[in-house]
Write a protein that binds this ligand. Structure first.
Ligand SMILES: [Zn+2]
Length: 140
């Protein structure tokens, strides 16, 4: 079972809609888990499709709905990765040097730009992803 059981006393019978005053007068439908009066149980269960079950509410981090990889989410992450890779490539690229000359030290400007792009890429990817994720969670 993956649904919460309703408190019997005080609930309304899912079949007749009547208020259940005493818990022993009622039971839970084995299909939908809703409270139903004993006398209506068989009739209700024969028709019950299990719809309207009270699903357990996600309250643990484990039970968070999975990320929906919408075009927007993928776009943000892809852009972030692309920009970061651009920065990484900029830093990795060896300075042009004519053959026979000693390797020049990496220009500071280029290093800075590389780091900047990598940081920017990370920010775009992470910020975009988490804002989209927040919207997704808020919808649930
Ligand atoms: Zn039912």
């Amino acid at each position: 079972m993956d649904f919460e059981l309703e408190e019997l006393a005080g609930a309304s019978c899912v079949h007749s809609g009547k208020k259940i005053l005493v818990a022993t007068d009622a039971t839970h439908c084995t299909k939908c888990g809703r409270a139903v009066l004993q006398k209506h149980k068989d009739e209700h269960e024969s028709k019950c499709s299990g719809a309207g079950a009270i699903k357990r509410v996600a309250h643990d981090y484990d039970e968070e709905p999975p990320v929906e990889w919408t075009t927007k989410v993928i776009g943000f992450v892809a852009t972030g990765v692309f920009v970061a890779a651009l920065g990484g490539g900029l830093m990795m690229a060896s300075p042009e040097q004519p053959p026979g000359e000693l390797a020049k030290p990496m220009p500071t400007k280029k290093l800075g730009a590389g780091f900047g792009l990598m940081a920017l890429g990370a920010v775009v990817g992470v910020a975009g992803f988490s804002s989209e994720r927040k919207k997704q969670l808020a919808k649930k």
